[in-house]
Design a protein around this ligand. Sequence first.
Ligand code: ATP
Ligand code: MG
Length: 575
Amino acid sequence: MDEVKEGKMMEKLPPQNPDSNMGDYEKAYSTFSWDDAEKTFEWSRTGKVNAAYEAVDRHVRTLGDRVALHYLDDEKEEKYTFRELSAASGRFANLLQDLGIVKGDRVFIFMPRSPELYIAFFGILKLGAIPVPVFEAFMRDGLLDRMGDCDPVAVVTSDTLKDRVPKDEIASLKHVIVSGDTSGDEISFDEMRSKRGEFEPVWLDLEDPLLIHYTSGSTGKPKGVLHVQRAIVGHYQTGKWVLDLRDDDNYWCTADPGWVTGTSYGIFAPLLNGVGTIVRKGRFTARRWYETIERARVTVWYTAPTALRLLMGEGEEVASEFDLSSLRLIFSVGEPLNPEVIHWARRVYTQPIHDTWWMTETGMIMISNYPSMPIKPGSMGKPFPGVEAAILDDEGRMLGVNEVGNLVIKKGWPSMMKVIWGREEKFKEYFRFDPWFLTGDAAYMDEEGYFHFHGRVDDVINTSGERVGPFEVESRLVEHPVVVEAGVIGKPDPVRGEIIKAFVVLKRGVDESEELKDELIEFVKKGLAAHAAPREIEFVKHLPKTRSGKIMRRVLKAKELGLELGDLSGAGEGV
Ligand code: ATP
Ligand code: MG
């Protein structure tokens, strides 16, 4: 990859909060060291490490009555203070200990978003066991794949989901703990009620396991990424400097704890900063989400492009039915954030959106548009202080400004994965250019030091000798008023190498026609470049997505070419 971007001058938006916790980015970048961040943690004085202690128990003395967990569903709300969360998770840790579960054991969490999920999570951590949270939407096969991979001794689930647990196929699985109705030899979650709330955490080493997360499965078989206790240093510092969390914030991360965003930023980052976390049960609908912002007076909102695009597709009218005036900062992660979405949000929410880039493997935000820095729509932003990012060619040579290549990160940040469970060879592939960690994403850095996402390395299209990132084409299409979403692939072509094909989802009520296809092609030609315009357009009702909501371009491509669909254990709707 050696395409040179023509130094596109992009409009920048003014900083959202010049008085943010981080303050001046350049200054922070040149002076910050990870050692400074460790000083906030009690282990730096006591030598005793446990992430649950640092996130919850430690705050009981000073912030005991502050709300740590604010749960909402369609009918009710429940609030747990730091003191209550500490005691409840202590009870759960005692229950697990009485069952004989010990440090290092894997314990799956397969539950709907609920207070019990968070109580279980911290109970497992207190015991030094390894939580493996899995998204509630997975069916039996999805669980079988993941459980078969890392051999849990126990699973914590609910009566609504327990039938999907493949009890008999997983030899290691000894205990099924169920919240709600139990049968047979299942253990009731409520047994914790008779246990003591005091539980001295099992003290660990900074390099001991924290948790395992399975990746989304966008590019292949989901990988079991193991993080270590030290990761919380990164969660804490990015919570403070990227999310800009403050004592009086009402913070909502929409990601499910089955995904890394849902634990790193739905649990650790806020609680380590002494800020509560808002949890909303139920599936996504525009009204339910807006209502959550209104009811909980959300000030800082961390969400994803897939949701933002759908909210945009629902239109301004729905947004205007709700009071969203409490919002002060909005962040996004998971997929490229189309500039159009930022402009729309500025108009409708009166707030821009800050893009953040990171991966399950990195454990924390690596590159971001910060509240104190001008936002460049279409750019992921700049590396976090203490993080070094670069662009290398396929031989590992450093590329210059505006040259597209492999996005890499210098190893040594606190939340870097420790292993890919059971797959040493896979792990080694990330360090082909040691000490650089190879992300698998293609990107370039502009003259001002902002990084721009180009596409997954495997998704970059080579058409008539030009390299085109699907993201640019998709983003241009999304700018068209009738387009909700687009997925773009390269389709083999005898003359051009590949041609660009776009799968387009139209707004409700818009008629599909050949004229509209021509109009969209012209629209990309005019707004982007002739060589980047799709040669083919197909209208579809949905795009294939992972369970975490990401467009699966490899599935679009395989279907187009009539090939095997490949590993679908991360697949969700529309596949
Ligand atoms: P798998 O690794 O199983 O194929 P995945 O890569 O989608 O799935 P995640 O770890 O959830 O699994 O996602 C990380 C990837 O998401 C990044 O490598 C990148 O491609 C994409 N991504 C995350 N944030 C952004 C962003 N802000 N802009 C563009 N892409 C992003
Ligand atoms: Mg990945």
